[in-house]
Each structure stands twice: as C-alpha cells, then as structure tokens.
Design a protein around this ligand. Structure first.
Ligand code: HSE
Length: 316
C-alpha cells in the first residue's frame, strides 16, 4: 500500500449518439492526472487544482473528486484521511467527461493508498457518486469507459452490468470543441421527461444495429445506425452552427456525427485516419464560418481506462 499515488484518467464521450446515458467511449490523448496522499487527520480534502481548469469547487461535498474519494474511504473503513490534487487536462462543460475523469482518477489513485483490492467494478459506485455532484445524475456513460477503457454499454447499475463492445480497428473519432462550455445539468434540463413510443422504437433499432455493426466489423451498418433521434434534436440549438457542422462532417464522409456527451463538442466516427483528418478539417471550417473558435483532436477508441502512473507500475 502506498502513501501517495497518481492516476491518469482519460477523457470520454457519453452517449456515442445512439445510446443516451448507457453507451460511452474512452478517448485518447486527453485526461486528468489525480494524486491522492494519505493524511494524519481523518478528513478528505482538496490539495491543489492545476492545469486547464483551476476554478473547481473545493468544498469536499461539492467537488467530484472529494465526493468520490470520501465514498471510497468510508467503504474502506480507515481512520486516516486523504488529500486529492487534480491536474485538469480536460476542459469542463465540454462534453468530454471532465467531471467523470476527476472522480475516476480520485478513486483509482485512492484505491492504491487504501487497504484491499479494488476492481473497476468495485470502484464504480464511488466514482458515480462523484459524477452525480457535477451533473445532477448518476449517469454511467462517462465514468464507465473512463474506468474500463474502450466502448462500454451499461445494461444496469444495480448491480453493475457493464458490457464491452468491440470497436472495428479502422474507427477513428474526430472531435471538435467550440471554445465555450455547456454545464451538463443545463443540457439535461432541456430534455423531455418522456418519449413518444415511436421515437423510442426507432432509436432502439439504431442502437441494436450499431452494436451489431461493431460486432460484425460492418462500417456501412455503423454509418446507417449512428444517429441520435431523441436527444440531439433538443440540444442542437445549444451549439451555434450545429446543423452546418454536422452536415459538413457527413459531406466529408463521416460515418456519423453528433454531440459528444452533453456537448458542445461534436464528434464524428470515421473510416480510418485520412478520412478522420478530412472530417475534422471540414468541421473546424464549418465552425469558422460561424465565427466560432475551436480546438480539435483525432482519437482512436483506446482500450485502456484509468491507470496508476506514479509510482510507476512494476511491469513498466
Ligand atoms: N449522458 C450524459 C448526457 C453525458 O448526455 O447528459 C454527459 O456527458
């Protein structure tokens, strides 16, 4: 058991267009580094917050990392306290799983300084408790891929039933973030409480076909299925230029394009790196035409989730 440990927790994309609140993918190249150290005092507190975002709440009951870590510490039943320091690599309110990454990083690093063996499934409820503080709901579609890596479908949470979905090797994700933020709670407040049955039926067909396309390595089927018919129509107006950017991505041959999580980042799944680069450029140019500054990335769907980076794992 360590006195101090640091975890890297990757960015993630909730919903993946077809599976509101139940489907999510890890993303490469962007993440939070979270350090937890043991304290004499029996408390859980924030140490430092550095990096891309420094204005996070520091009250222990308001910060996603301290809430997640307190929940884990209670479960471990230890007397000593814990301090958590966060180096934010993920912009907040971007739709890239920033709050989930801080919560997941805190429990992964926390598990290394607490007694016992903690599997990702055992850590999941504690990370979800942290995520709920930020978004107002215990939705698993960022926390789960951030913890487990890959593309993950959460069938149920009580008890957790998490299903990894294979991703065809050629899939690359273009991500374009308009430089503004949308709080997840606000984006959730736009949604209706209930759906017409016909819409639920059509979306279920798309989700089933999408998962089948992933298993069959059938990019054409994925392309026909990668649609959000139930949530995107309510949120599109939160992102100026949304319809033009989506059209530009599809014209450039993206398999599908929608909001990453609650937005405002848009993602497009593409067939291979060259296509993803073309799609990314088309999306950035479309935002440009609306005078909106962006930052953009390309990502595979990485199989790794959050991991300890310090102390260095023995096999590295
Ligand atoms: N499923 C969540 C939502 C993801 O769409 O509100 C938030 O990143």
């Amino acid at each position: 058991m360590e006195r101090e440990a640091t975890a890297f927790a990757p960015a993630s994309m909730g919903n993946v267009a077809v599976g509101y609140d139940i489907l999510g993918s890890a993303l490469a190249g962007l993440g939070d580094r979270v350090t937890v150290r043991r304290l004499e005092a029996p408390t859980v507190r924030i140490g430092t917050i550095t990096g891309r975002v420094t204005t996070l709440p520091t009250a222990p009951d308001k910060n996603t990392a301290t809430v997640a870590l307190s929940s884990l510490r209670d479960a471990a039943g230890v007397e000593y306290g814990l301090e958590v320091s966060i180096e934010k690599g993920i912009p907040l309110g971007s739709g890239l799983g920033g709050s989930a990454a801080s919560a997941v990083g805190a429990v992964v690093a926390g598990a290394a300084v607490l007694p016992g063996q903690w599997s990702p499934v055992a850590l999941l409820p504690h990370a979800l408790a942290g995520e709920a503080v930020a978004s107002g709901a215990r939705h698993p579609d960022n926390v789960v891929p951030c913890l487990f890596g890959g593309l993950q479908l959460t069938r149920a949470m009580e008890p957790p039933d998490v299903v990894p979905i294979p991703v065809p090797d050629r899939i690359r994700c273009a991500l374009v973030r308009p430089k503004r933020s949308i709080p997840t709670q606000k984006a959730r407040a736009c949604l209706p409480d209930a759906l017409p049955l016909a819409d639920a039926v059509r979306q279920t067909a798309h989700l089933g076909a999408f998962v089948a396309g992933c298993y069959r390595n059938d990019l054409s089927l994925i392309g026909r299925a990668l649609r959000d018919l139930i949530v995107e129509p309510h949120r599109a107006s939160l992102v100026p230029g949304f319809a033009d950017v989506q059209a530009a991505a599809l014209d450039a041959d993206a398999l599908g394009c929608s909001l990453s999580g609650a937005g405002p980042t848009l993602f497009a799944w593409c067939n291979g790196t060259s296509s993803a680069k073309r799609v990314r450029t088309a999306m950035v140019d479309a935002f440009d035409r609306h005078d909106i500054d962006t930052e953009a990335w390309l990502s595979p769907v990485p199989s790794d989730g959050a991991r300890i980076v310090s102390p260095a794992p023995i096999d590295s």
